[in-house]
Ligand binder design. Sequence first.
Ligand code: G6P
Length: 607
Amino acid sequence: MCGIVGAISERNVVPMLLAGLQRLEYRGYDSSGLALAQRGEFSRVRVAGRVADLAAKAAGQSALAGLAHTRWATHGAPTELNAHPHLGGDSVLIVHNGIIENHAALRTELLAQGYQFTSETDSEVIAHLVHHYLERSNDLLSAVQATIGRLTGAFAIGVLSRDYPDTIICARRGSPLVLGLGFGEQFFASDIAALLPVTQRMIYLEEGDLAELHRGEVRIFNAAGEPVTRQARTVDVAADSADLGHYRHYMQKEIFEQPVAITNTLQRVIELGCQPALFGPTAEALFVAAPAIRIVACGSSYHAGLVARYWIEEWTGLPVSVDIASEYRYRKGREQDGTLIVAISQSGETADLLAAMRSARERGDVKVLAICNVPHSTLTRESDLLFLTQAGLEIGVASTKAFTTQLVALYVLAAALASSRKTLSAAAEREISESLHRLPVLVEEVLAMDGQLEEWAQELAHYHNALFLGRHTLFPIALEGALKLKEIAYIHAEGYAAGELKHGPLALVDEDMPVIVCAARDELLEKLVSNMREVEARSGKVFLLAEPGCESAHPGAHRVLTLPAASGPLAPVVMTLPLQMLSYHTACRKGTDVDKPRNLAKSVTVE
Ligand code: G6P
């Protein structure tokens, strides 16, 4: 994971590096550092802390070229010695995002040559290797190329040398890297968000690319070392979308942005209806021919996939399987030719998800449909069909607006599959499409219940455990509710399909076990009511989130919150919001670091 930024300019780059790094803290935030070069001066600043601490330590520093790093520890604790940049010999500084799998062998080799290691990281070998090759070639570009040739694993790196202050080099294999083009200045970063305050002209480096940045130009080389031209694009994202505004946390801001995020995601759907063309020109033929659907994803995106299974199966009759990407990639089964692989990812850079997609292609003649929030990410570039969610920049580590817009995209996908395959009546198709029009307003109405959820949170914050129950499409939402509470409030929570209660979790229920129940007005309601009675009979406290019309579910519930309206098949989208607000307020009550929960990172680019 980790985030890296680099800049070379005719002005002081330190403020830009720090601002860029701050926007990358979602990738890790346990230590940070800067490499700085200007007119014979060559230095680094590191802290075992966040970018704000680094900025304080670097106050007054200036440089015309530099690298920056924010870390999510993989090898070695988050100490200052393990923080990047790492020094190679006495003249090379590097920053690295990824994992070098052969670092142990390289370390042994470099130790034998007399190099001394000061960190426990896998990354330090890169610094010494560059130094080693530079001593022989006196050419920074070829030294970095030779170094990369020795590395196995995933990396995006930045390299700065005391003896080449007018050059910075960056390269990627397996980890994302983007160049930012300016006038008299050039930049690189793990993500466009870091560069938006300085430029909107970007080049997405391809797998295996290396770039040499000078103030006036950039030169790019492919994996074979040949000079190549990569297309520069003007990225249409506002830099201020990363600003907090009047909100206390990004997560809170992002929860409240959901009506807009959903409206933006639906923009073309409202114009065209739930049409296969929304997914690409070849979608209709592929949808008609698909014998099965396989969904792969991680984290919250996986929960979105679990919801989609109910919609697709019900509306198309197609067999749907949903897999955690990190498990799927190591399973051995073949895929039926024509199977549609639906890869869901907010970032489009999750390592396991990308590996799962590539593995699926080796198992049969499949097509990959990506549901993704980041244009030009690796996932979008490698997929055959694409639907871009329009959640905008999501900074809070816990997924909120990215998750609900994924649900919306998957709902559209299910309807478009049904439309291509003619499995629903025209009236049913119309009803499904039209239900989406009301969604932003429904979501807005649920957001107005924030105060009541804050009250619930005051109570929930006292518990150490919680159960979340739901049925049908609300079962995955129970999983998502439990994940949110774990992630940001550090309360142990489990989500269950309510029918499973008697198969184990009921043994945990007593007066110390809050049970959060999500109830839709559907044919399974009475069964859910029985489950709640079973909880209450064991002194468990039921916190009931119910659609109107679920009156039979109320007796005995410790707390009840009735949603403003029933939302039919869109219930999982609407029900997600109170669970997000509940976790958010519980975390605030407990005083945790809501946007940057301990030990986590937003973008998981290592296995
Ligand atoms: C991390 C994030 C989650 C996210 C998951 C998958 O764990 O904290 O919020 O759901 O990665 O990420 P993706 O970008 O592939 O959706």
